[in-house]
Design a binder for this molecule. Structure first.
Ligand code: GLN
Length: 278
């Protein structure tokens, strides 16, 4: 089949399956199978695609039609301009989280020690290390499977950086002091998880999503415990859910953090809260 016709075919199957970004997903899967890029659809749409590639593409399209996330099919996800390996064992990096990373970068100095609590794929920590000099990174997670993904990402994206990963229930196995602690913890209210889109509800690890009854379990524990692990003047940064700004700001202020600040993401939702330990 010709390249463009195959793409149209895939797109149509995804539209029929009710996949939101059908055109985008159909194109990216085709490029993944054929090792092509965006240009090929524009200028080489009439090239013939080998039967093996056609079969591989249509099988991926069928799986995407079953709402398996695109990133699980390609095994990669772009974040902060870097290509992260992902799997069903880690939260797929979100574009919203780039706002958090950008803000930390504004406060980061050469040589800082950074702790990424609930590191998942390592996307936050490894982006910070990639875009800074001589920083020392520690990523903590309760999931051994997630840590394996993060370690593989460190090898491919940050081979020359000082980074270690620890298997830890929050701070239980963390040692040392940090200038910066950053976290995108699980923050969805337990009761809301069943109503999430299929891609998230059925394919993302629940332990990366579930923030307890009020969604604030991890903020409470991290805010309390982080004080012991931050240097004087150290900063704590969080990603938050769109309706958690007031609650998380209040928790940080009650715990004695100063200059507590909130930021919105590109969609205009509250997304980041940070403050300084005095
Ligand atoms: N730190 C990872 C991310 O932001 C994983 C977060 C999580 O598992 N809740 O994508």
């Amino acid at each position: 089949m010709m390249y463009r016709a195959l793409y149209e075919n895939g797109k149509e199957l995804l539209v029929q399956a009710g996949i939101e970004d059908a055109a985008w997903d159909a194109r990216l899967l085709l490029e993944h199978v054929c090792h092509t890029n965006r240009n090929d659809l524009l200028v080489h749409g009439d090239r013939e695609v080998a039967d093996t590639e056609t079969d591989a593409y249509l099988s991926l399209i069928r799986r995407r039609a079953e709402h398996i996330p695109l990133q699980h099919l390609t095994g990669v996800c772009e974040f902060m301009g870097l290509e992260f390996a992902v799997s069903e064992n880690v939260l797929t990096p979100r574009q919203d989280t780039e706002v958090l990373v950008e803000e930390v970068l504004r406060h980061l100095h050469d040589g800082f020690r950074i702790l990424d609590m609930c590191t998942g794929s390592g996307c936050i920590l490894l982006s910070l290390l990639h875009y800074s000099n001589d920083c020392i990174g520690v990523g903590a997670d309760l999931s051994k499977a997630a840590l394996a993904v993060a370690s593989a990402n460190a090898v491919s994206l940050c081979p020359d950086k000082d980074v270690t990963f620890v298997h830890s229930d929050l701070f239980s196995n963390v040692e040392g002091k940090f200038e910066i602690i950053v976290s995108n913890p699980p923050y969805i209210q337990s009761s809301v998880i069943d109503g999430l889109m299929e891609e998230v509800r059925d394919h993302e690890p629940h332990m990366a999503l579930d923030g307890g009854t009020d969604g604030l379990d991890f903020y409470k524990r991290i805010i309390t415990d982080s004080r012991q692990y931050l240097c004087g003047g150290g900063m704590l940064f969080f990603e938050i859910g769109y309706d958690q700004r007031e609650a998380v700001c209040a928790l940080m202020e009650e715990a004695g953090f100063a200059a507590v600040t909130a930021l919105k993401d590109f969609a205009g939702n509250d997304r980041v809260v940070y403050g300084t330990m005095m």
